[in-house]
Design a protein around this ligand. Sequence first.
Ligand code: HEC
Length: 103
Amino acid sequence: MKQLLLTLSLSLILMPTSSMAVPAPGMSGEELFSFDKWSSTGRSCAGCHPEGKGLESIGDFDDMMLKDIINACIRDALKAPMLVEDATELTNLKNYIRSLNQK
Ligand code: HEC
C-alpha cells in the first residue's frame, strides 16, 4: 500500500498535463524563446539554441519560411502543437530570433 501511494504521488508529480501549457497571448518573443511549458518535455527553444546557437543563418529565410521552420521545431523538438501562421506569438518569436542574429 505504501508503495502504491508512493507510485501514485510520483506519477502525479511527473504527470505531463500538470506542466503543459499553451503560451499566454501577448507573450514577448523573448519570453516565448525561454518558455519551457510548451509540452511535457520541459524543453524550450533556449535550451537547444542558447543565445541563438544554430540560428546564425536564418537571414537566408524569408518570414514565411522562418515561421514554418519555427513551427517544425515546435512540433518535432518541443513536441507541442504548432502555432497558426498568423499567430502573434509566432511573429514575436520570429522577430526575436532575428534580433538575436544581428549581433
Ligand atoms: C530539442 C532541441 C530543439 C529545440 C527545443 C528547438 N530546436 Fe530549433 N533546431 C534544433 C535542431 C537540431 C535544428 C537543426 C539544426 C541544423 O540543421 O543545423 C534546429 C533548427 C532550427 C531553425 C533553423 C536553423 C537553420 O538555419 O536551419 C530554427 C529557426 C529553429 N530551430 C528555431 C527554434 C525555435 C524558435 C524553437 C522554439 C520554439 C526551437 N528551435 C526549439 C533543435 C531544437
